[in-house]
Ligand binder design. Structure first.
Ligand code: DMJ
Length: 630
């Protein structure tokens, strides 16, 4: 107390020593600061609360700016309330109420969906509303308004958002395939509209912020989508994209690109477009990028580096390691082998064949299953003892089979490795879930089984079916069908009817439901694998249920990922149909793969990319099966 008094006395003495002018100036400044502070306090705090959010990207967390939730009045006026009014036919179509794709098989069997029926508060609310005869409180299927959505938002934030009109789900199941094909073309046109308007010539559309993201700076989406436009018969769009390729696309750029990604998307896309159109422009470009990627193979072991600077002709591993990913170095073969065949330049094929020969002989496999990393200096596998059919290993298995098919079924080492790996899958990774006995492929870590399955693994039913079609044992087809069902359930058991990135299966007797999803795994990146497998399964079995499952999935992409101003977006939360939380990114594979496989699934023409003449690379770019003489 005494100290405080002393301070006050000292301060007042100092104050008195000031001139009158000095005192007035200080008083005026304090008053001014007070007035400004009161006036701006709410805006400033809101601003900082609304602008910053931690968003989980593919890997790691980053702090990002996001779009303010409330639009300026003028922008709002430009936003259509209902972006696409229903057509006359849609108005007449009977309405199917309730959640989409509610576990068809499980329901038919008389079992129940625990997610939907017992535990889901949304469903409970809907049920209660229905009983009361009221319009359901929970609206499903709203088209995303670009400027209303933010990345990484929570359900809580969603409550404060401007309400968007609901679009009832429609039952098209008895409509002719023509309508489904048109729906895919419409989806493509909508995706293309966004890309054209906001990201033309850039790598990826960011549909919510109406901007774009760069990865390699090579027009990735445009190149990935070329053959899709050709197959969907969207000639006008194709021609404008072709003009861009011939006048704007240059690989003479000082940029680091990922060898695998640019091989499967760019080299693969250009090669397949060349085959479909016969236009030499695409072969010239393919040769250019293929040649520029070759420095990646200049390593002590000849196992390629992950990154290449296509302008400087230098290559390097990632900054933190000298390892490459096994899937990445073993899933570039179809493309480089085809480039050699077309150009008669054997160097491309020699480089990638050497990788396969080395991997074939390596120690560290378990029953044909490969670890996820390989060292570019020693040429040995690293991080031994961990086995998955998901990220970092997936397309190794796919390309064993597909190279064997591409080369006319002569390269027996590839076939042996493929067959052995499948035995390894059956022995180590294949299990059944509880309560519905879904067959799934888990992971193994140092002898410990984990019931974790990436959505990426859903390429496997299609690959198994393809092998069976080319004469491999019939039980591959049986396994394909079982896994196809599981991949479908990964969609159907979610509230949005869209699969998360990763699921965990329950194996304990008495489990309430088959699939669990961890909080961090709830995103959907518009990935193709399940649709890809549905396409193969339908082509080989002609069982219409695969088309119907695909149709459900397409409708749910339209409900939860379509952005009103153009484009589709990946989402953060497949378990929240009210607010799936858009991530503001349309991956190039949505146009390159997902929409292409939808179209092929619904097409009645088995000659539209015949599976006896073509083999699809892992980015859905069809490459020819070589004539038997080669
Ligand atoms: C694509 O680039 C390819 O399908 C790749 O094999 C896996 N990842 C994406 C799609 O999910």
């Amino acid at each position: 107390m005494t100290m405080q008094c002393l301070c006050i006395v000292r301060s007042s003495m100092k104050w008195k020593q000031l001139s009158r002018l000095q005192r007035n100036l200080i008083l005026f400044s304090v008053a001014l600061m007070l007035v400004c502070g009161i006036a701006t306090y709410p805006t400033v705090t809101e601003h900082f609360r609304g602008l910053t959010v931690v968003v989980k990207e593919d890997e790691g967390h980053v702090l990002k700016l996001v779009i303010p939730e409330v639009l300026p009045e003028s922008d709002k006026q430009n936003q259509p309330l209902v972006p696409e009014p229903p057509s006359e036919k849609q108005k007449r179509a009977p309405h199917k109420r309730g959640p989409p794709g509610l576990q068809n098989r499980l329901q038919k069997k008389g079992t129940r969906s625990d997610i939907q029926v017992e535990e889901n508060p949304i469903q409970e609310a809907k049920k209660a509303d229905k009983e009361k005869g009221e319009k359901p409180l929970v609206k499903r299927g709203a088209l995303i308004e670009a400027d209303q959505a933010t990345e990484g938002g929570t359900a809580k934030e969603a409550e404060n958002k401007v309400a968007v009109p609901a679009v009832e789900q429609e039952d098209h199941s008895h409509e002719p395939e023509f309508d489904r094909l048109e729906a895919v073309r419409d989806a493509f046109r909508h995706a293309w509209k966004g890309y054209k308007e906001f990201a033309w010539g850039q790598d990826e559309l960011r549909p919510i912020s109406k901007s774009y993201g760069e990865w390699f700076g090579l027009g990735l989406t445009l190149i990935d989508a070329l053959d899709t436009m050709w197959i969907l018969n969207l000639r006008e769009e194709f021609e404008e994209a072709k003009t861009w390729v011939s006048t704007e696309l240059s690989f003479n750029k000082n940029v680091d690109v990922n060898l695998f990604e640019s091989t499967i998307r760019i080299l693969g896309g250009l090669l397949s477009t060349y085959h479909l159109t016969g236009d030499a422009l695409f072969l010239d470009k393919a040769k250019d990028i293929g040649t520029r990627l070759m420095p990646a193979f200049n390593t002590p072991s000849k196992i390629p580096y992950s990154d290449v600077n296509i302008g400087k002709g230098t290559a390097h591993p990632p900054r933190w390691t000298s390892d490459s990913t096994v899937a990445e170095v073993t899933s570039i073969q179809l493309e480089f082998r085809e480039l050699s065949r077309l150009t008669q330049d054997t160097r491309y094929r020699a480089a990638v064949d050497k990788v396969m020969q080395k991997v074939h002989k390596l120690e560290g496999k378990q029953d044909g299953l490969v670890p996820m990393f390989i060292n570019t200096n020693s040429g040995q596998f690293t991080h031994l003892g961990v086995f998955t059919l998901g990220a970092r290993a997936d397309s190794y298995y796919e390309y064993l089979l597909k190279q064997w098919i591409q080369g006319g079924q002569k390269e027996t080492e590839l076939l042996e490795d493929y067959l052995q790996a499948l035995e390894g899958v059956k022995k180590n990774l294949l299990k059944k879930s509880s309560p519905n006995s879904l067959t799934f492929v888990g992971e193994l870590s140092h002898g410990q089984f984990s019931p974790k399955m990436d959505h990426l693994v859903c390429f496997l039913p299609g690959t198994l079916a393809l092998g069976a079609h080319h004469g491999l044992p019939a039980d591959h087809m049986e396994l394909a069908k079982q896994l196809m069902e599981t991949c479908y359930q990964m969609y159907a058991q979610m509230e949005t009817g869209l699969s998360p990135e990763i699921v965990h299966f329950n194996m304990h007797e008495g489990s309430i439901r088959d699939v669990d999803v961890k909080l961090a795994d709830r995103h959907n990146l518009l990935r193709p694998e399940t649709v890809e497998s549905l396409f193969y399964l339908y082509r080989f079995t002609k069982d219409r249920k695969y088309r119907d499952w695909g149709w459900e999935i397409l409708q749910n992409f339209n409900k939860y990922t379509k952005v009103s101003t153009g484009g589709y977006t990946s989402i953060n939360n497949v378990r929240d149909p009210e607010y799936p939380s858009p991530r503001d990114k349309m991956e190039s594979f949505f146009l390159g793969e997902t929409l292409k496989y939808f179209y092929l699934l619904f097409s009645d023409d088995p000659e539209l990319v015949s599976l006896d003449k073509y083999v699809f690379n892992t980015e859905a770019h069809p490459l020819p099966i070589w004539p038997s003489a080669e």
